[in-house]
Design a protein around this ligand. Structure first.
Ligand SMILES: C[S@@+](CC[C@H](N)C(=O)[O-])C[C@H]1O[C@@H](n2cnc3c(N)ncnc32)[C@H](O)[C@@H]1O
Length: 367
């Protein structure tokens, strides 16, 4: 038998972490519960299996093998529209801390771009992996671009962005293309940015050199991204800290919707992460070094998430909004995560990176 000790969630996929109990009937029970043979007999045992979750969770859909990336993202957005709040940044107080850390000289990066970096709106700005258009809307509303181009995988991804940006009229262009092979016009864009999408791109060296080539001589590249362990292979330290902080939470905040208590976050296998989303965090841990190699980095903000991303996953909906006691708890969790990152106990899994086009790639501008 096994004892379920926690559930993990990643990009809409869900699984269960279970501790193997020392029972001779264990394998029989696993066989009876139709779990695949590679789960049998594992020890010391934190087993993860979304199949088990499928049985336990009932009405909530497990994102199984998605037939395509596009379906995956359309489905995630459908779930969000239906009010499912499972991601850590769905909570306004958690998001407030994240976006405060993303300020640049007290400004959002969009405002900073107009006032401090370019000194004017970008003539043409390009968003890579624009999805439903949050980034396009933020850049447009801030007045940070006169013309906007958004790229994503497929036409079906653009319905929301088109609707939300009706007022942009002919200044908005949306293009369906695989960004791993995108070809960009040279010296064309004052601003190229990606928000939580770059960690889905695999062809990083090509893409960075293409972005560099496509920026105007004074252009900027901005990423607000997950840059943590590739394929969500969480470090032992971040899992341990998450478990300890979870233990401090009152029980009502730690309960999954299916009535299981979250006591730990699991670490899915690479195969399990890919089964949910084939491009998930494909080379996320290589983004920061390649960015620094390509651009003159003017800002590199550490946005945390190393613990909070894991801790709130699947339970964030239990945390009431605008409740002073809950807000205090969230503030303390954020405060502890900051300390762990500042003191190098864990790295920051999310970052805001702002880079200026370098005169020649690979060579730094003279000081
Ligand atoms: C996590 S979502 C982020 C969407 C949006 N930037 C946001 O913040 O809401 C990742 C986006 O990248 C897109 N994407 C993933 N791989 C892609 C590829 N190879 N080419 C183009 N778009 C891709 C997905 O379709 C999805 O819209």
């Amino acid at each position: 038998m096994f004892e379920v000790i926690g559930k993990f969630v990643h990009s809409g996929g869900v699984g269960v972490a279970a501790r193997k109990l020392n029972s001779p009937e264990y394998n029989d029970n696993l066989a009876a519960s139709k779990l695949p043979p590679h789960y049998h007999g594992q020890t010391p045992a934190v087993l993860r299996f979304s199949e088990a979750f499928a049985r336990l969770e009932g009405p909530v859909e497990v994102a199984k093998h998605q037939s395509s990336e596009v379906e995956h993202w359309n489905q995630i957005e459908e779930q969000a529209r239906a009010g499912q709040q499972i991601f850590w940044l769905n909570h306004p107080r958690v998001a407030k801390h994240y976006y405060e850390k993303a300020l640049v000289d007290g400004l959002t990066w969009q405002d900073w771009m107009i006032r401090e970096a370019l000194g004017r709106p970008a003539e043409v700005a390009l968003e890579l992996g624009c999805g439903k258009g949050d980034g396009l809307v933020s850049v447009w509303r801030a007045g940070a671009a006169r013309r906007l181009i958004g790229v994503d995988l497929h036409e079906t991804r653009f319905a929301a962005a088109r609707e939300r940006l009706k007022d942009a009229g002919g200044s908005l262009h949306l293009k369906a293309e695989d960004i791993n092979h995108i070809r960009l016009e040279a010296s064309t864009y004052d601003l190229i940015y990606a928000l939580q999408s770059f960690h889905h791109f695999e062809n990083l060296e090509y893409l960075f050199s293409e972005i560099h080539r496509a920026l105007t001589p004074d252009g900027f590249c901005v990423l607000n991204e997950y840059v943590g362990p590739a394929r969500f292979q969480w470090t032992d330290m971040q899992l341990r800290l998450t478990t300890q902080l979870l233990g401090l939470l009152p029980l009502n905040l730690r309960m999954y919707r299916n009535g299981i208590e979250k006591r730990a976050e699991g670490r899915s296998s690479v195969e399990q992460v890919m089964a949910v989303c084939p491009s998930e965090a494909v080379r996320s841990d290589e983004i920061v070094p390649l960015f620094h190699q390509t651009f003159d980095v003017v800002h590199h903000n550490l946005l945390g998430g190393t613990i909070q991303h894991l801790l709130y996953s699947g339970i964030v909906l239990n945390f009431p909004h605008n409740d002073p006691a809950t807000d205090h708890l969230i503030d303390c969790i954020d405060g502890l995560e900051r300390v762990f990152i500042e003191h190098g106990i864990v790295l920051s899994d999310f970052a805001l990176l702002i880079g200026k086009k370098r005169a020649a790639p690979g060579k730094r501008r003279p000081a």
